[in-house]
Design a protein around this ligand. Structure first.
Ligand code: CU
Length: 252
């Protein structure tokens, strides 16, 4: 309920509800702390007003209520972090949690000022060779199209297509500065860093078109660094892929 009030976008991933539950709980907890602190603040203003206390007390608080309260907050926060936050994160990043390579749809996402490139390996599951010397205006990822592994590859600009319910592994990097690949609807985000390719995975559960944004201030065009993510059925995905192939490999 608080999540909705604060404008969270619809959840479209299998694990998303776990993130939402935790967010919801955090928001309620923060609201409770906020109200508590404000109430205490107002109480202190009245209770310790100069007119009521002409002389300072050199002993201060003698009870232990404040210590107990502080400890309760610390314990709740520790439970949130160690009991919920870390295990959730672990399920996204540990090697054992990743889906089977053959089963998953694998994509390379490459950020640049200011857009996202998506490289798909095609039916062979092998990404074509890349070389920095081949990078050009119409080959933003420098793919060596003469490499046999690249024969069924495609590169899509600012449009990532996914198959509904197929586990998806996106490996993220950047060509220039640090960007951040944020899929709010999938409840997952990963920084895009030049020089390293970091994998993340999720399973989409709802067809639709969603927004991909850059979550790291990366330059003057950062605000416009958006792409779209289309979750669709296999047949729609295949026909999109075929069209993209026809554009990139006109001979075939
Ligand atoms: Cu960016």
């Amino acid at each position: 309920m608080l999540n909705k009030l604060l404008g969270i976008v619809p959840d479209a991933s299998e694990h998303g509800y776990l993130v939402d539950h935790m967010l919801e709980f955090c928001h309620w907890f923060m609201l409770l702390l906020f109200v508590g602190w404000i109430a205490y603040f107002l109480y202190a203003i009245v209770r310790f007003h100069r007119s009521r206390n002409p002389r300072a007390s050199y002993h201060g608080v003698t009870g232990h209520l404040s210590t107990h309260l502080e400890f309760t907050v610390v314990i709740v926060e520790a439970v949130l972090l160690l009991g919920f936050g870390l295990p959730l994160w672990g399920k996204r990043v540990t090697e054992e949690s990743f889906p089977d390579k053959a089963e998953a749809l694998r994509i390379h996402a490459v950020g640049e000022q200011f857009g996202w490139n998506f490289h798909y390996p095609g039916a062979d599951g092998v990404f074509g060779r890349q070389s920095v010397f081949l990078v050009s205006g119409n080959n933003p990822l420098g793919i060596d199209w003469s490499d046999p592994a690249a024969a069924d590859d495609i590169v899509s600009k600012n449009e990532m297509h996914l198959v509904n319910y197929r586990p998806t592994v996106v490996e993220i990097t950047s060509k220039d500065v640090i960007h951040s690949f944020a899929l709010h609807n999938m409840r997952i985000t990963q920084d895009a860093m030049p020089g390293s390719r970091v994998p993340m995975w999720f399973r989409p559960k709802r067809n639709g078109t969603y927004e991909i944004v850059c979550a790291q201030l990366c330059g003057a065009g950062h605000f416009a660094m958006k792409a779209s993510m289309v979750v669709e059925e296999v047949k729609d995905f295949d026909s999109w892929y075929k069209d993209a192939m026809a554009l990139l490999h006109p001979a075939k």
